[in-house]
Design a protein around this ligand. Structure first.
Ligand code: ADP
Length: 550
C-alpha cells in the first residue's frame, strides 16, 4: 500500500466505508486490491463467501475508465448488477437477452468522452460473438479507458474443472487482442486445485499474474457423514426440523427424479420444499430461486445445476443425498452453507453404490478419454473421502486444494467433523490394521474367480455367506481360497470397506455391465488392475492398511 501513496490508501478505506459500508478489509482483499490497482494481472483464489467481488468492484470505482467483468451466468450477472445499483455504483450488463436498442444505448454511453459506466458485466458468448462489442472495447482501449478485464468464476476455462464452459475458452483472445498497452486481467475463482489454477492462468495468458490465496478452511461448517439407508433421510429431516425449524437448506440429489422423490418425502414430513434441476424451464428456475432467497420456501431439492453464484447468507444445512462428483464439487456445494459465519451443518448420506451410478453417467457421457479418466479419478477420490474413518474431513477437503491443515484445530473447534468428534470422545476408538497379506491373497485369488462382486468377496473374506452363496462357494472351490475366512469376526461393513479399499487404492477395478432384462440396473464385477496384477504376481509389494472403528 505504501507504493500507492497515502492519498490512495485513504481513498481505499474511504470508498470501502462510503460505498460498501464496511470498516475493514478481509483477509487478502487489501493485497489483491492493491495489486489490481497497480495494474498487475491478478489471480484471486478465495473460497465462496470470502468476498472476491469487492476485490474488483472497489478498484473499478477508483480507476479511470470501464472495468469489464465476464461472468458465466445471467443469474450471477443479474445479482451483481442489482447489488451494484443499490450501492449507487454505475453498472450495466450486456447479455443476449438485451434488445438491440438497449445494447446500442450502452455502446453509445461507452463511446462518450467520459463514459458514465464503471462496471460492465458481460457473458462470455458476448465476447466471442459480437464484433460490435469488440470494436467498442477497441475504441475504449485506444482512449485509455479500458481499465481491466475481470474473469469471474475463472475455473470455467479449464476442462479439468467441474464447471467447464466452452465459451470461456475463447477468453484467451482478450490478452491477445488488447495490447500496447496490455489491458490487465483479473481472474477470480473459489476452485483451488493447483491443476485448474495453472490451466486457467495459462489459458487466459496470465502466467505471471500475482496470486492471492486465502484459506479454504470453513470453521463454521460441521462436516458429517452417515451411511445412506432407506430411513436415513427421514431421520435426518426430523433432526433438521428440530435444529433448524423454518431455516434454509439444500438437499443435493443426483437426478431429476431423485429431486422429486426427496421433495415429496419432505412435503409429507411437513417441510416446505421445491425442486430445482436442469429439466425445469428458465422461468421456473428463476422463480424457485427467488422464492428460496426470499425465505418463502425452506428446502431446495436440487441437482448441481443449483448453486453457482448463489449468495444466500443463512443456509443452515446442505445435505448430499447422493454422492457428489468430486471432492472439489463437494467442497463447493457444502460451501453454500453458513456464508454468514454462523454454525451450519453439512451431511453426506453415503452409499458406495452411488458411485456406480456416477461412473455409469461418466462412462456413457460424450467426452474425450482424458476428461473421462479425470472424472472417474475424481469419483474415486470422493469415494476415498467417504470410506475414510480416520482422517479429519476438513483436513481432507482443504488439503485437496494444497493447503496444510492441522486436524487438532478441527478437534478443538466448536464444530468438529464427525471423525474428530469421535476421536475427541474416545481417542482409542480408531485402530489401524495391516491387511497387506490378506490383500495380496485376495488379489492372487481374484483371477481364478469369475463374475465376482465386491460383496461376495467381502463375504468370503469374513467366511460369512448366505445359504445360496455358500453352496456356490463350495461348488466353485472358493472356500479353499487362502483369503477365505481371514476376516472372521469382522463386521459386514468393515469387510466391505476392506475390499473397497482395494478399489480406492487402484488394485481392483469394477467393470460395469448392464443387468440382463433390467435396463436401469448395473452389475459390477471385480477384476485386477495392472498394479493389482503386479502385487499378485509378486513383482511388486504394497502395504495396505485398514482403519477400524472399535
Ligand atoms: P465470493 O464472491 O467470494 O463468494 P462475495 O463477494 O459474494 O463472496 O462476498 C460475500 C459476502 O461478504 C457479501 O455479502 C459481501 O458483501 C461481504 N463482504 C465482502 N467483503 C467484506 C468486508 N471487507 N467486510 C464485510 N463484509 C464483506
Amino acid at each position: 500500500l505504501a507504493v500507492l501513496g497515502v492519498d490512495l490508501r485513504n481513498k481505499l478505506y474511504a470508498t470501502l466505508k462510503s460505498m460498501f459500508g464496511f470498516n475493514q478489509f478481509r483477509h487478502r482483499q487489501k493485497m489483491a486490491i492493491t495489486s489490481i490497482l497497480k495494474g498487475h494481472d491478478t489471480f484471486v483464489l478465495m473460497p465462496t463467501g470470502a468476498g472476491k467481488s469487492l476485490c474488483y468492484q472497489l478498484p473499478a470505482i477508483l480507476s479511470d475508465g470501464v472495468t469489464i467483468v465476464v461472468s458465466p451466468l445471467k443469474s450471477l450477472i443479474e445479482d451483481q448488477t442489482s447489488k451494484m445499483r443499490e450501492l449507487g455504483i454505475p453498472c450495466e450488463q450486456l447479455t443476449s437477452e438485451l434488445s438491440t436498442d438497449d445494447q446500442e444505448s450502452i455502446y453509445t454511453r461507452l463511446g462518450a468522452l467520459k463514459p458514465d459506466i464503471k462496471l460492465l458485466y458481460v457473458t462470455p458468448e458476448k465476447i466471442s460473438a459480437s464484433g460490435r462489442l469488440n470494436s467498442v472495447f477497441f475504441d475504449l482501449h485506444k482512449r485509455g479507458l479500458l481499465a481491466r478485464f475481470v474473469i469471474d468464476e475463472a475455473h470455467c476455462v479449464s476442462q479439468w474443472g467441474h464447471d467447464f464452459r466452452p465459451d470461456y475458452t475463447k477468453l484467451h483472445t482478450l490478452r491477445e487482442r488488447y495490447t500496447n498497452p496490455k489491458v490487465p486481467i483479473v481472474a477470480l475463482t473459489a476452485t483451488a486445485t493447483p491443476k485448474i489454477v495453472t490451466d486457467a492462468r495459462n489459458h487466459l495468458g496470465m502466467k505471471d499474474s500475482k496470486l492471492f490465496i486465502s484459506s479454504f478452511v470453513r470453521d463454521n461448517l460441521k462436516y458429517d457423514l452417515i451411511p445412506k439407508a432407506s430411513k436415513s433421510l427421514i431421520n435426518v429431516v426430523e433432526k433438521m426440523k428440530q435444529l433448524y425449524p423454518g431455516k434454509s437448506g439444500i438437499i443435493y440429489c443426483l437426478s431429476r427424479k431423485e429431486c422429486e422423490t426427496v421433495q415429496m418425502m419432505l412435503i409429507k414430513s411437513g417441510v416446505s420444499a421445491e425442486v430445482y434441476h436442469a429439466g425445469l424451464n428458465d422461468t421456473t428456475r428463476v422463480t424457485v430461486q427467488r422464492r428460496w432467497l426470499a425465505n418463502r420456501v425452506d428446502v431446495i431439492c436440487a441437482t448441481i445445476a443449483f448453486g453457482m453464484g448463489i449468495d444466500k447468507p443463512d443456509v443452515r444445512f446442505v445435505i448430499h443425498y447422493s454422492l457428489p462428483k468430486s471432492i472439489e464439487g463437494y467442497y463447493q456445494e457444502t460451501g453454500r452453507a453458513g456464508r454468514d459465519g454462523l454454525p451450519s451443518y453439512c451431511l453426506m448420506l453415503y452409499s458406495y453404490h452411488d458411485h456406480i451410478r456416477l461412473r455409469r453417467m461418466i462412462e456413457e457421457g460424450n467426452t474425450t478419454t482424458g476428461v473421462r479418466m479425470m472424472h472417474l479419478q475424481n469419483v474415486l477420490q470422493i469415494v476415498a473421502y467417504c470410506e475414510n474413518v480416520s482422517v479429519c474431513r476438513r483436513k481432507m477437503l482443504v488439503e485437496h486444494f494444497g493447503e496444510v491443515y492441522d486436524e487438532q484445530t478441527c478437534r478443538t473447534s466448536k464444530t468438529p467433523c464427525d471423525i474428530c468428534d469421535r476421536k475427541r470422545k474416545n481417542p482409542e476408538a480408531i485402530r489401524l490394521f495391516d491387511v497387506s497379506d490378506e490383500a495380496k491373497m485376495l488379489m492372487q485369488s481374484l483371477p481364478r474367480m469369475q463374475k465376482t462382486t465386491l460383496k461376495y468377496l467381502s463375504e468370503l473374506y469374513r467366511g460369512n455367506l448366505c445359504k445360496k452363496s455358500s453352496e456356490q462357494a463350495m461348488r466353485l472351490g472358493h472356500t479353499s481360497l487362502p483369503f477365505f475366512k481371514r476376516g472372521q469376526g469382522m463386521t459386514e461393513q468393515d469387510a466391505l470397506r476392506f475390499v473397497r479399499k482395494l478399489v480406492v487404492e487402484g488394485y481392483v477395478y469394477e467393470r460395469l455391465y448392464s443387468a440382463p432384462n433390467q435396463a436401469a440396473a448395473v452389475l459390477a464385477y471385480a477384476e485386477l488392475t495392472e498394479s493389482g496384477r503386479a502385487i499378485a504376481s509378486g513383482a511388486k509389494t504394497a502395504k495396505v492398511y485398514l482403519h477400524i472403528v472399535t
